[in-house]
Design a protein around this ligand. Structure first.
Ligand SMILES: *Cc1c(COP(=O)(O)O)cnc(C)c1O
Length: 411
């Protein structure tokens, strides 16, 4: 049976014109010509800008929106984000370098992550960014480095809360975790911050990632604010920053629906107002990676061979898991599901066929599409993977099998 639309309608904000995807205002074929080679990643500036603007409309006006750089640390993307978000959250000295090359003021930059090395901490102290402390040992190291350099370190404590963010793709709080200091130990940690003479900024509570359920996020945000209120009596000075995390997800697979950010924003208004009236100086921050950039990016590769094996059609492309581990299903998925994929230069062709799209690597794991119905493609056509703006290239084992690198462009 032939359908008129591909079985897996791409969930994407990217427009189509004359049978071609339009990215950054130009057709995909022309963009491929401009880039000069495949595979490549392309990130659409306008889509990132629109996403942030829409989110601001849905969130309470005095909520700060930070960009978590690990989702996409490409310098040109980070430069663009610097102009549209309120701050950056980073997780390594490498990301810090990219962040500090932008105009983002250091007072709006923070660094989290377990196992920060003394050299990294030293750089962060010198830069004047806020360090999210994840353990007692780290606290001590920061104090020592601070004393050696004569620069008072800015610290916030990352709390591993007693609650968890329900229905998350990845849980990063609640129960035993390598992240943050357990909620029960906070009074002791705060005492140490005071005796060590560090510049206390506040709290960071990050409980999970890739969540599409508004109710789950609302609950975690409310609990985070309540926890901060409860701990405020133990703080050496009033809280200046309260980072309540994020975890806002995007849909990847059939049946998933976009997160209702309006509901999240509406539910946050009252707790935020209550917190602000108790601690008027405090900034309340959410930090998002995937939600801000994930849908603004595509991965593009080219069909280099087409063959039939025992009745199944294979499109063999020049890109794969070495550039896009997540699309291959090997980045945190339990059961492999197809990412939204299209033939980007034949978007509306009615002549469909069921294909497997595989990469050039000598491993059966290198799959971009498993039996998907798509417009009939030939050698030279462009296969596009949507939802590729976050956790794409830098979350992939690009050295595996010594294939050429992908190019990344912002359009
Ligand atoms: C990974 C991470 C983020 C970003 O998560 P997204 O799901 O991309 O929004 C934010 N904060 C911290 C601490 C993280 O580890």
């Amino acid at each position: 049976m032939t359908q008129t639309t591909p079985q897996h309608t791409p969930m994407t904000q990217i427009p189509v014109k004359d049978n071609q995807l339009i990215i950054g205002g130009i057709t995909l074929s022309r963009l491929a010509q401009r880039v000069g080679t495949t595979p490549f990643y392309a990130y659409d500036r306008l889509l990132m800008t629109q996403r942030v603007a829409e989110l601001r409309r849905h969130m309470p006006p005095d909520l700060k929106i930070h960009y978590a750089m690990k989702a996409n640390p490409m310098p040109a993307v980070v430069q663009h984000m610097a102009g549209i978000v309120d701050g950056f959250d980073l997780a390594s000295a490498g990301e810090m370098k990219v962040a500090l090359d932008t105009a983002m003021p250091v007072k709006h930059i923070s660094m989290a992550g377990p196992g920060k090395r003394p050299a990294e901490l030293n750089q962060a102290i010198a830069a004047g960014i806020t360090i999210h402390v994840e353990s007692f040992h780290e606290l001590k190291t920061i104090a020592q480095l601070s004393e050696q350099s004569g620069i008072q370190a800015c610290v916030a404590i990352r709390i591993n809360p007693a609650f968890e963010l329900k229905a998350s793709g990845m849980k990063m709080g609640g129960g035993p975790k390598q992240f943050g200091i357990d909620e029960e130990l906070l009074p002791e940690a705060l005492k140490r911050v005071k005796t060590l003479g560090l510049d206390f900024q506040g709290f960071h509570i990050y409980s999970g990632s890739q969540n599409l359920k508004a109710e789950a996020i609302i609950e975690a945000q409310q609990k985070s604010i309540a926890l901060a209120m409860q701990l405020s009596e133990h703080c050496p000075c009033p809280i200046k920053k309260l980072n309540i995390g994020g975890g806002y997800g995007i849909p990847y697979f059939p049946g998933e629906t976009p997160l209702d950010t309006q509901a999240v924003g509406d539910a946050l208004a009252q707790p935020l107002a209550d917190f602000k009236s108790a601690v008027p100086e405090a900034e309340v921050i959410i930090e998002l990676g995937r939600y801000l950039v994930g849908e603004a990016g595509i991965y593009v590769c080219e069909v280099v061979d087409k063959k039939i094996s025992r009745g199944q059609t294979y499109l063999i492309v020049n890109g794969g898991l070495h550039h896009h581990l997540a699309a291959s299903g090997n980045f945190g998925q339990v059961i492999r599901k197809n990412y939204p994929v299209a033939i980007g230069n034949k978007m509306h062709n009615k002549d469909l066929e069921t294909v497997n799209i595989v990469g050039p690597l000598c491993t059966p794991l290198d799959i971009l599409a498993d039996r998907m119905q798509l417009p009939k493609a030939e050698i030279g056509d462009l296969v596009v993977v949507f939802q590729s703006g976050a956790y794409g290239y830098t979350a992939s084992p690009s050295k595996f099998l010594s294939q050429p690198d992908a190019v990344e462009v912002v359009v």
